[in-house]
Write a protein that binds this ligand. Structure first.
Ligand code: ZN
Length: 278
């Protein structure tokens, strides 16, 4: 078994229960430690997700969230408390997460990710993300992140909730990087535009239907399980273009996969404009 390189005594103690977990061990801990993840959104999904990612020992985590801490969100945004109202979530989050696990590298940004900066963020400011975790709360951002993850060949896990249901959408844009003729689709094969994307649209209903705090908590921890499975290459992890759905009222689950559409505006073979130029 490979030795976890350069672990300080206390760091080794921090991971002791994982190092002795047969499916992780020192080799697995090294894999986690050499992984780099971008998390968009440090809210109801992002808060618990970040805590578990940090505890798991992901080597480098970059957090983007432009919002500030507000009273009406505290019940589910468990990283924050009433003394921090009005502060930037990204900045408070990284301060706390760094104390939770001082051996991970973590940085936070208060910019809103949009059409103007996403290319620079993904291709110039940072590079070599193993995974983007989208915990944003609006469809425009979700499609923007998806399209650019495709363009820059970065794997993407898009995490969403709706009322008492959750959705994990996974795209392996590294292995399917140049597969215009491959079988597996992208988000736009499923939903050509945000207006008719039923599942992901649902997380925009929070202002009308409210949110039960445990729902994002559960879906976020399920997402971290998938992230661990993917990084550690365990069997049963989500495949390219796969949507895992769970209904928390009865714990019924469903996995949906779909094929590439030839006329997809992003990845279709009939799309003459190759939009994947780097
Ligand atoms: Zn497509």
């Amino acid at each position: 078994m490979e030795e976890v390189t350069g672990l300080a005594f206390d760091e080794k103690r921090y991971y002791k229960r994982q190092l002795s977990f047969p499916m992780i061990g020192e080799e697995g801990q090294n894999k986690l430690r050499s992984s780099k993840i971008l998390v968009v959104g440090a809210g109801g999904l992002g808060s618990p997700l970040l805590m578990y990612l940090v505890g798991l020992g992901i080597g480098e985590i970059v957090v983007f969230d432009f919002d500030k801490i507000e009273y009406e969100n505290l019940h589910r945004q468990i990283l924050f408390n009433v003394d921090e109202i009005g502060e930037y979530k990204a900045l408070i989050a990284i301060k706390k997460l760094q104390k939770y696990n001082p051996w991970v590298k973590i940085s936070g940004y208060t910019e809103k990710i949009d059409e103007k900066n996403i290319e620079e963020i993904l291709s110039k400011r940072f590079f070599a993300f193993d995974l983007i975790i989208d915990c944003s709360d609006n469809l425009a951002t979700r499609f923007l992140i998806h399209d650019n993850a495709y363009k820059f060949h970065i794997n993407l896990l898009s995490v969403a909730i709706d009322h008492l249901s959750g959705s994990l959408l996974f795209f392996n844009f590294v292995d399917s990087a140049d597969s215009k003729t491959g079988e597996e689709g992208c988000l736009r094969c499923l939903w050509p535009n945000s207006q008719n994307s039923q599942i992901l649209a649902l997380d925009e209903n929070k202002n009308f239907r409210g949110i039960l705090n445990i729902v994002p908590g559960m879906i976020a921890t399920m997402a971290v399980m998938e992230i661990a499975k993917f990084l550690l290459k365990w069997e049963g992890s989500l495949k390219q273009a796969e949507n895992f759905l769970i209904d928390l009222t009865n714990f019924e689950t469903n996995r949906v996969r779909w094929n590439k559409k030839k006329d997809c505006s992003l990845c279709g073979s009939l799309n003459s404009q190759d939009k994947k130029q780097k």
